[in-house]
Design a protein around this ligand. Structure first.
Ligand code: G3P
Ligand code: CA
Length: 246
């Protein structure tokens, strides 16, 4: 089976990351799924921003955690006015009529700690997304580099699938096993270049792999060859073309 294509921050090779336009383009490009990072504003709203500050991605300055939704909404994000809220992104996914999964990453450490996961699960519950009939059919997947955050995701929303992201293949993970609260491993592609057998070891233990962030054709082909299940990329159409060309 070929890897599913996950649009990383939308089709962010083409349009400003974490904008509605970048996600709409990703859907148009045939992405199977979307990826976003979320943070809490000062007044408790979940917004899709990667960095702790808005300086890199907007015409403003300051920490997301110290700005209100209104203040964030007055900024320009690479040509799109207003910060993308998680609610708006969920709306886009619901409205476009094709099954497109959303991989939602919480960033840590952050000022509001566990409140991010608390608010996230509450919001998903309001959208009817917190209790899918089966994890394999869940429209949303939760993930984090923070083990504590993934544990909380499992505790607060046991029906939702989780990905434990990692930048190092810690000895405890090396044989492909995972802690009970994580469903899928999420290695960076640099780890799979060094240890391509990891994906098979994880599969032997029933764990299918999510890999990030894969734009280079050689990496895409590597991921396909070793059996990566989900491949996060900034360029969904180009990635699909490489996969299609075998
Ligand atoms: O999809 C996981 C990947 O997004 C993790 O890295 O820094 O791009 O959030 P980062
Ligand atoms: Ca991310």
């Amino acid at each position: 089976m070929q890897p599913a294509v996950v649009a990383h921050r939308g089709a962010s090779a083409h349009l400003a990351e974490h904008t509605l336009a970048a996600y709409a383009l990703a859907i148009d490009q045939g992405a199977d799924a979307l990826e976003c990072d979320i943070r809490l504003t000062r007044d408790g709203h979940l917004v899709c921003v990667h960095d702790s500050r808005v300086d890199r991605t907007s015409n403003g300055t300051g920490r997301v955690s110290e700005l209100t939704l209104r203040e964030l909404s007055e900024l320009d994000y690479g040509g799109e006015l207003g910060v993308l809220t998680l609610a708006a992104l969920l709306g886009l996914v619901a409205d476009h009529g094709r099954d497109t999964r959303l991989f939602i990453e919480t960033k840590h450490p952050v000022r509001y700690g566990r409140l991010v996961e608390t608010k996230l699960v509450a919001q998903l519950a309001r959208h009817g997304l917190a209790t899918p009939a089966a994890k394999a059919e869940s429209p949303v997947v939760l993930m984090s580099f923070s083990a504590m955050a993934v544990r909380r995701m499992r505790a607060y929303a046991p029906a939702l699938p989780t990905v434990l992201l990692f930048t190092q293949l810690w000895p405890i993970l090396r044989d492909g096993s995972l802690p009970s609260w994580a469903d899928h491993p999420g290695p960076g592609v640099h780890l799979l270049r060094r240890d391509p057998g990891y994906v098979a070891r994880a599969a032997e233990r029933g764990n299918s792999t999510y890999c990030w962030t894969v734009d280079d054709p050689a990496d895409i082909r590597l991921c396909a060859r070793i059996g990566v299940r989900w491949l996060a990329t900034n360029a969904p159409a180009a990635t699909r073309a490489v996969l299609g060309a075998g």
